[in-house]
Design a protein around this ligand. Structure first.
Ligand code: SF4
Length: 375
């Protein structure tokens, strides 16, 4: 067995402070008490905090000019205090008959991040970014190749959802409900490397208005490559969110290469921690597995994965790899994929193949590598 060189990983809080420029504070960074305190310290009426929060979370209003119950002369100052502009839309691309929409945003420091809104007959889901770039260096992933720029603030995470909930509410996705109901943290970044802000964002998204957006915790999925200490912490949070583990290989030898963080926390430890999360929350674990031609798609790996997962509260989501330009990694052929599914199911493991929504617009998993250059 060859020993791989240790791949340098960047966790959000490792970045030198001088390189990081966080955005101004926004009401979505705070609870209602904090929002009131900001206003009263600035000599404003505290009750306006609930009013602004209701506009933002209850009515999805982000533009102060639309807040007609707030005196016109106060709107600019109040929005500077509690609703500074965080996301500048750079571009929106749509495909799948308008049912998949990728948004590219520029943040206050020029960083670019993306979110993808997906409409289905029974639900509307948004896939959001938790970091600008990613420090986990998975070699098959477009985002990982660019490295980590910085963590997003809580409000930058929440604002992606609120903005796109407004898009869904406008009725542009015909055949889908207008109410955004599901959030997946599977865009740019490793969510658990930005732990405190991601957990605060989950709380804000799931608290009832005017405190938050009022989504169901059960409709939120947080993914991780397997940061074991953070997974343990998440189990202590008393949140009923789904945990998705991006496994991509059932054996340490291959996973050390495909998901370099495996050099710190091995498959057995990651899965044991996931089962503990499942025991404590009652939630099924989602196992994400990108199918990569001739790399991790062999029948024996399907059998090994089946043995690891049999009898567990787990569901495998196979993801046809989205080839990125110039990459040596390619998707598994369909017959290979079908055989992999067959073997997992034969082992009693629930398995589905994820649809390739957004492939035309580089909006699928591992393709979010925000750049302004493409048309
Ligand atoms: S696959 Fe996920 S964790 Fe790995 S580099 Fe890409 S965004 Fe980061």
């Amino acid at each position: 067995m060859t020993t791989l060189p240790l791949v340098p990983l960047t966790f959000g809080d490792d970045l030198p402070a001088r390189r990081v420029s966080m955005p101004p504070t926004h009401l979505a960074d705070m609870d209602l008490t904090g929002r009131r305190a900001v206003l009263t310290e600035a000599g404003e009426a505290g009750f306006r905090a609930a009013q602004l929060s209701h506009h933002y979370f209850g009515r999805l209003v982000r533009d102060p000019a639309s807040m007609t119950d707030v005196p016109a002369g106060d709107r600019v100052k109040l929005s500077e205090l509690l609703m500074p502009r965080l996301l500048d839309p750079v571009r929106e691309l749509a495909c799948d008959d308008g049912m998949t929409r990728k948004s590219l945003w520029r943040l206050h420091d020029g960083s670019l991040v993306e979110s993808v809104l997906m409409g289905y007959p029974d639900r509307v889901t948004v896939c959001i970014s938790s970091q600008a770039g990613c420090g986990m260096a998975c070699p098959f992933c477009a985002t990982g190749q660019a490295g980590l720029t910085r963590n997003l603030s809580t409000a930058e995470i929440v604002d992606q959802v609120v903005y796109l909930a407004g898009v869904a509410a406008s009725g542009v996705m015909q055949g889908s409900p207008r109410r955004l109901s599901h959030v997946v943290f599977m865009g740019m970044g490793e969510p658990l490397a930005n732990y405190a802000r991601v957990v605060a964002a989950v709380r804000r998204l799931t608290s009832p208005a005017p405190e938050g957006l009022g989504l169901s915790q059960r409709h939120i999925t947080v993914s991780t490559v397997g940061l074991v200490p953070a997974m343990r912490k998440l189990a202590d949070e008393d949140l009923a969110v789904t945990l998705a583990v991006s496994l991509h290989a059932p054996d340490d030898e291959l996973r050390d290469e495909l998901v370099p963080v495996n050099q710190r926390w091995k498959v057995a430890e990651v899965l044991e921690t996931a089962w503990d999360y499942s025991r404590r929350t009652g939630r099924r674990i989602s196992i994400e597995y990108a199918m990569i031609r001739d790399v991790n798609d062999q029948p024996w790996r399907a059998d090994l994965l089946g043995r690891l997962l049999a009898g567990r509260l787990a569901h495998v989501n196979l993801i046809p790899l989205n080839p990125t330009p110039g990459s040596r990694w390619d998707a598994s052929p369909k017959p290979v994929e079908r055989e992999f599914v067959r073997r997992l199911r034969a082992a009693g493991v629930q398995t589905t193949v994820r649809d390739t929504r957004g492939r035309e617009i580089d909006g699928a998993c591992g393709q979010l590598a925000a750049s302004e250059g493409e048309a």
